[in-house]
Design a protein around this ligand. Structure first.
Ligand code: NAD
Length: 420
């Protein structure tokens, strides 16, 4: 059995092969580009509140080291596997390269359900995970950040643990930290804001009026809630559907997303939020709307529902929400559904993480306006490149985006050569 055996890793490899065919990459070079450079699996024994000791499995995958250190989020989720982590690391590589960031992709995490851990247990898991990873990470080796199930507090514990072991403060070891310990203004909102910036650009291209448009958002965590608030309150789009892992809510008259956000901050999820009709979570994706934002888990748009999507814009806030089988269907529907692919759509997070890392290395802090302005400039450049390439080569937006990323990594590998 392959250590990366997992449906998500298979999906990432299948996507890569499509791009490798389009770029005519020699068969000899494909594995070198696709397979992770280094992968770590660690066992984390942790004292639980009830006096027992529980062991958790942790992972970190560094996909390639060709362009600089690796960079990637940390996911705490019950079913996390080495294969899923490797797929996410591979997507990070193409995302960083597409946006010209000097990183290889990485990803890591712990197989655990953070909602079932007390604060003390969550801190113990976080600190133990970082402690086990100390030999493999560093500000010039591999920089961690947040992902599903982790937040600013977890990043602060990572940073503290690493710093205690080094004997001095190393805040550039993680990004997505609280501002009080060297985090960047606007990092928490950066992914959702980036999603909305690109949705606005797509609406502009498609001559859609935001004030007359509706949106449905799957996932109401960091990415989904900020995207909902920004789309609803700043852009003027009516949010008619929201969901999380507990419930899906639909209201054609519009949902009060500010109230939903306040509810989640207090209660932790949307379960008891009393607005709109409770509907089937899968059906919600197929409902009539102008903008659909999957901002939760992977593979939610697949061959069974891709032909039923009724959105005009599919803005992929999550990583890997669309399977290659669904892509084949959406490619045929290119004039009905405008896809903003994940490695472009949710790149705001890693772009601002890059700013945070640079600021940490230089002990220098930028204002939120500077950060957001620089973020939008990079996204604008990447968006234009993707649209231009897709038009010129008559390929999908995903192919154009991934090909740009893969090509940059390949050029760097060719220039550096094969050692020895
Ligand atoms: P989060 O943990 O803050 O929130 C996840 C949300 O998804 C929660 O509301 C959860 O209830 C919901 N959810 C989980 N399973 C679900 C399901 N089956 N159906 C509907 N909702 C479900 O995570 P996040 O940071 O917002 O990440 C969401 C996605 O965005 C992930 O795919 C992540 O990899 C991607 N992403 C995050 C960032 C970032 O900066 N946080 C950056 C780029 C991409």
């Amino acid at each position: 059995m392959h250590i990366y055996d997992d449906a998500v890793f298979t999906m990432a490899c299948d996507q890569f092969q499509v791009i490798a065919d389009y770029l005519n990459i020699d068969k000899n070079d494909r594995d070198r580009l696709m397979m992770p450079k280094r992968s770590m699996a660690v066992t984390l024994p942790v004292h639980m509140d009830d006096g027992s000791t529980k062991t958790f499995q942790g992972y970190r995958v560094q996909h390639h080291l060709t362009l600089g250190p690796t960079k990637g989020g940390t996911r705490f989720s019950p079913d996390l596997s080495m294969g899923e982590t490797a797929a996410l690391a591979m997507w990070m590589s193409w995302k960083c390269a597409l946006n010209n960031l000097p990183y290889g992709g990485a990803k890591g995490g712990v197989a655990c359900d953070p909602s079932k851990l007390s604060r003390n247990e969550l801190e113990a898991v976080s600190r133990r995970y970082m402690q086990e990873m100390i030999p493999f990470v560093g500000p010039h080796t591999d920089i961690m950040g947040p992902d599903m199930g982790t937040n600013e507090q977890v990043m602060a514990w990572f940073m503290d643990t690493y710093s205690v072991y080094q004997g001095y403060c190393v805040n550039e070891i993680v990004t997505g930290k609280p501002v009080s310990v060297g985090g960047t203004e606007g990092r928490r909102e950066s992914t959702g804001r980036g999603v909305v910036y690109l949705v606005e650009r797509a609406m502009d291209m498609l001559k859609m009026d935001p004030e007359k448009s509706t949106a449905i958002i799957q996932g109401f965590g960091n990415v989904g809630s900020v995207a909902a608030l920004s789309l609803g309150l700043k852009t003027g789009v009516k949010i008619v559907g929201i969901s999380d892992h507990t419930v899906a809510l639909y209201n054609p008259k519009g949902i009060d997303v500010k109230a939903a956000d306040q509810h989640v901050q207090k209660k932790g999820n949307l379960r008891a939020f009393d607005e709109g009709d409770r509907i089937d979570a899968n059906e919600m994706l197929e409902m009539e709307c102008d903008v659909l934002v999957p901002a939760a888990v992977d593979r939610v748009i697949h061959e069974k529902n891709a032909s039923k999507l009724k959105c005009r814009i599919l803005a992929e806030g999550a990583n890997g929400p669309t399977t290659p089988e669904a892509d084949l269907i959406l490619n045929k529907r290119w004039d009905e559904v405008f896809v903003i692919p994940d490695i472009l759509c949710n790149a705001g997070g890693v772009i601002v993480s890059y700013f945070e890392w640079v600021q940490g290395l230089q002990s220098y802090l930028w204002t939120e306006t500077e950060v957001t302005d620089k973020l939008f400039r990079i996204l604008e450049h990447s968006f234009s490149q993707v649209i231009r390439r897709a038009k010129a080569d008559k390929v999908s937006h995903r192919t154009a985006a991934m090909a740009t990323g893969v090509e940059r990594v390949m050029k760097a590998k060719v220039a550096r050569g094969l050692f020895p």
